[in-house]
Design a protein around this ligand. Structure first.
Ligand SMILES: Cc1cc2nc3c(=O)[nH]c(=O)nc-3n(C[C@H](O)[C@H](O)[C@H](O)COP(=O)(O)OP(=O)(O)OC[C@H]3O[C@@H](n4cnc5c(N)ncnc54)[C@H](O)[C@@H]3O)c2cc1C
Length: 349
């Protein structure tokens, strides 16, 4: 197997997953990250639900169907990895995929599973196979394992430009000098369009804000992950509760602070023992959202030596997609699982 010089731009969950897979297979990997540590952009603000049952277009089902198994395989490889396989309870939310083997729970079963709710619906759907992770811990673990396999990580280093010669990328200019490459993996989240577009082939990725609310709790109040019309919440640890909310706008009434405060109050009111909750932070994460909502992954058709890896739902998908992508980069095979993810599906590419 030829050892290639691979520069990965970005140390979020996508870049870290790519680094782990490529370094494990004996590639010469350098990860470049502008921040002083990993996961400091959107990954640290993620709700980090391994969410495979929500409604997606049929051509992407196979990726979501394989994501849980991929995490189980990763757990076998990395015994330090801690995943909360507590399942997810949903009610009053329409957006689940049809024809999945999900359980319907009645009120008594719900009470047994989640004893701290003040009100119970008559029925809820339980996706028992789903789980959630600590997104920062997972990213750091993957990066440190990549380093054990020989990868180099350069923090505090900003990539300013991709260097092309004819139609091939030959390296990257950074705040610490030039770095040669055989392959550049663009895993820079919201930095992807900024770095990719000057090459003349725009990557259609737009900022999509979303809100993460973090609360302290003396006791564990939620045992699974709950998503309903009023709130979406789970325990990150026994003493930290997370909630995720849609971003609305920047107005006083519906700005992130107001939305976060309302979510906090809803949880206080909805949970027995909710009065012990203390609001810790309300943060907005800017999700890199491909124009049609689905991953953009693969070698660039017009720029040799450039591999794109940008996606929403990257906590769910990155471990699987990174393994498939590494196989394409190392073996130069075409993974049919990634065919619906190509940049060429967009017009003008
Ligand atoms: C509130 C919220 C809830 C979410 N919930 C879920 C969920 O439940 N499940 C799920 O699967 N997903 C969820 N997501 C989405 C998920 O968090 C993202 O898909 C994922 O974190 C994207 O990871 P990334 O590595 O692409 O991006 P990032 O974490 O942003 O990583 C990209 C990195 O590239 C670096 N970078 C950029 N440009 C440059 C440059 N020029 N030079 C050097 N470095 C650069 C950045 O500093 C950054 O560290 C949620 C997101 C939010 C905000």
């Amino acid at each position: 197997m030829r050892k290639q010089k691979i520069v990965i731009i970005g140390a979020g969950i996508v870049g870290a997953s790519m680094a782990y897979q490529l370094a494990k297979q004996n590639q010469e990997v350098t990860v470049i990250e502008r921040h002083p540590a990993a996961a400091l952009e959107v990954t640290e603000k993620s709700f980090a639900w391994i969410h495979t049952t929500h409604s997606v277009a049929p051509e992407y089902w196979h990726l979501y169907d394989a994501a849980v198994e991929e995490y189980h395989a990763l757990e076998q490889e990395l015994p330090e990895l801690s995943i909360h396989w507590h399942g997810a309870l949903t009610w009053g939310n329409p957006a689940l995929r049809e024809n999945l083997p999900l359980q319907n729970l009645n009120r008594e079963q719900l009470q047994a599973l989640e004893p701290n709710l003040k009100d119970y619906p008559n029925e809820a759907i339980f996706a028992s196979e789903e789980g959630a992770v600590d997104p920062i811990g997972l990213t750091e673990l993957l990066l440190s394992k990549a380093q054990e396999y020989g990868a180099t990580v350069q923090f505090d280093t900003n990539v300013t430009q991709l260097q092309q010669e004819d139609s091939r990328l030959v390296g990257v200019h950074t705040s610490n000098g030039f770095l040669e490459s055989d392959i550049v993996v663009l895993a820079a989240g919201m930095g992807v369009p900024e770095l990719g577009n000057p090459l003349g082939y725009p990557v259609p990725v737009a900022p999509s804000p979303s809100i993460l609310i973090r609360m302290k709790t003396a006791n564990k109040l939620i045992h699974t992950l709950i998503s309903n019309a009023q709130f979406e919440a789970r325990q990150l640890t026994d003493h930290i509760l997370l909630a995720a909310e849609d971003y609305m706008d920047e107005s006083e009434e519906n700005g992130p602070e107001a939305v976060g405060q309302r979510a906090f109050e809803t949880l206080r009111d909805s949970l027995k023992g909710g009065d012990q909750l203390e609001l810790e932070s309300i943060k907005v994460g800017i999700r890199p959202m491909p124009e049609d909502g689905y991953p953009i992954v693969g070698f660039h058709d017009h720029m040799k030596g450039l591999y794109l890896a940008v996606m929403h739902s990257a906590i769910t998908l990155a471990p699987l997609i990174a393994r498939l992508a590494a196989s394409e980069i190392i073996n130069r095979d075409t993974r049919k699982e990634l065919e619906p993810c190509r940049l060429s599906r967009f017009k003008n590419h």
